[in-house]
Design a protein around this ligand. Structure first.
Ligand SMILES: *Cc1c(COP(=O)(O)O)cnc(C)c1O
Length: 482
């Protein structure tokens, strides 16, 4: 099918669908139209976002949403799941092929849910409780209350070592306020204070001393690649399970930009991911595992997760089929190349980057040299139509709310067709906004971490320049809503 025919069909499908929605709740139809216009008209640099294809989006809007399908393929707690079985098998098969994984579980609703399933299956697989051994229990329903009391103590309080939030790790990697930081006895590793880079010797030293059950690798805001062979070596030395959360960079793994020791799947016992970030699929999660964990991961639903979202599993199958093409590999390589162009664009204009650059899809800009907090920078940029998110930098003096950084990512604009020149201009526009923004004052007259003053005319000139680039690279070209 030609691109023009495809656009025409997509336009027709959405026009009709919006009319149906309008007949029930017109305000939702209006908001849906507006969201397209807003996404089309802004420079989306949020590193965790992307634009899924119309095929992926359309797959989500069907009657698969109406089906309950707890359990696994061929082994459901509900009747009449034959079509869900088709969808789930196909999504899992595509995932195994795409990532070279022995086993794939495509039910998790999100990245955080995938991590909960991973924790659950590691505990179920690896924790040997003396109480269960002593009782030789086959059926936990037969245990006495006192046995349960002992079991809870033996099963809980296991050790987890993960990357700290301010070094770029995720909340679910043992951050204290998160459930992962409460149910596990946790410790965190950071990055080298001088270089900002992961220090494998320091991780190994911590692991030797702490002897974790789970070593978590992966990140949300670290602009560099990780050597997973080294992480596995550390895990093996201390007898830990290596869990890699590739939520952010799964697209770069699928697209064969991260290969060899940078590909986590062959090295991790369990790999978790989202499907909607660089992988460019529907909003959701997934767990890949070595065979020994498969049976435990399979019990994720209903032990940890709610009923699977069959309509989203269908869309995962479509997205994975897209990701198995050479077009997707080209796209992923451009995502990484564009991040380099963006970083160079900043460095040549005197901006400061955490780790001094990037070799993945993320650029972490330290805005303190502009006299701003991340919060002020994020707001000023948004006024100029540049959508980013504030982010902590290592040992951030402004904490996790105000922060000192801005995290930028290339997956979304690369989908629109932005290349080297456009990303260089993006750096120029961001530097223009930040060097023309001043920190504001509080009502009492002191320095504020939130208010700011953006110079006259800056938002207009930036919006004009970015508008030219956005018009040249339209989002969903040919999609016209009547
Ligand atoms: C985004 C992210 C998650 C959470 O994904 P959700 O789909 O929002 O639940 C988990 N881990 C990492 C590393 C992430 O970047």
């Amino acid at each position: 099918m030609t691109d023009a025919t495809l656009s025409q069909l997509t336009s027709g499908a959405y026009e009709q669908a919006l009319k149906v929605i309008e007949s029930v709740e017109p305000r939702i139809a209006a908001a849906t139209r507006q969201e397209l216009l807003d996404q089309r008209g802004s420079l989306k640099l949020i590193a965790s976002e992307n634009y899924a294809s119309p095929a992926v989006l359309l797959t989500m809007g069907t009657w698969f949403s109406d089906k309950y399908a707890e359990g696994t393929v061929g082994h459901r707690f509900y009747a009449a799941c034959q079509n869900v079985d088709t969808v789930e098998s196909l999504a899992a098969e595509h995932a195994r092929e795409l990532f070279g994984a022995p086993y794939a579980y495509v039910q998790p609703h999100s990245g955080i849910d995938a991590n909960l399933v991973a924790f659950w299956s590691i505990l179920a697989n690896r924790v040997e409780t003396p109480t269960l051994k002593r009782l030789d229990a086959k059926n936990v329903n037969e245990l006495a209350e006192a046995d349960w009391e002992a079991l809870r103590h033996e099963f809980g309080n296991q050790r987890l070592l993960g990357m700290s939030l301010d070094a770029g790790g995720h909340l679910t990697h043992g951050f204290r306020p998160n459930i992962s930081g409460k149910m596990f006895h946790q410790q965190q590793y950071g990055t080298d204070p001088e270089t900002g880079l992961l220090d494998y010797d320091a991780v190994a030293a911590k692991a030797r001393e702490f002897k974790p059950l789970v070593l978590v690798a992966g990140y949300s805001a670290y602009p560099r690649r990780v050597n997973f062979a080294k992480m596995r070596e550390i895990a093996d030395e201390v007898g830990a399970v290596l869990m890699v959360d590739m939520a952010h960079f799964a697209g770069l793994v699928a697209g064969k930009v991260f290969t060899g020791e940078e590909d986590p799947v062959p090295y991790a016992h369990i790999t978790t991911t989202t499907t909607h970030k660089s992988l460019r699929g529907p909003r959701g999660g997934m767990v890949l595992a070595q065979e020994e964990f498969a049976a435990d991961v399979d019990r994720g639903c209903p032990m940890v997760l709610g009923g699977p979202l069959s309509h989203v599993m269908a869309a995962k199958a479509v997205a994975f089929a897209e990701a198995r093409t050479t077009e997707f590999q080209d796209y992923s390589q451009k995502v990484a190349d564009n991040a380099k162009s963006l970083a160079e664009g900043f460095l040549t204009r005197g901006a400061e980057l955490v780790t001094g650059g990037t070799d993945n899809h993320i650029v972490l800009l330290d805005v303190s040299s502009y006299g701003l907090t991340g919060r002020q920078a994020e707001s000023a940029l948004l006024d100029a139509g540049v959508v980013t998110n504030r982010n902590s930098v290592p040992s951030d003096p402004n904490g996790a709310w105000y922060t000192s950084g801005i995290r930028l990512g290339t997956p979304a604009l690369t989908t629109r067709g932005f290349g080297h020149d456009e990303f260089d201009t993006v750096a120029e526009l961001i530097v223009d906004v930040l060097s023309n923004t001043e920190a504001g004052t509080t009502k009492a007259g002191g320095p504020s971490k939130a208010s700011y003053v953006l110079g006259d005319g800056v938002a207009d000139r930036v919006t004009k320049r970015s508008g030219e680039m956005l018009d040249k690279h339209p989002l969903y070209p040919g999609l016209v809503l009547g």
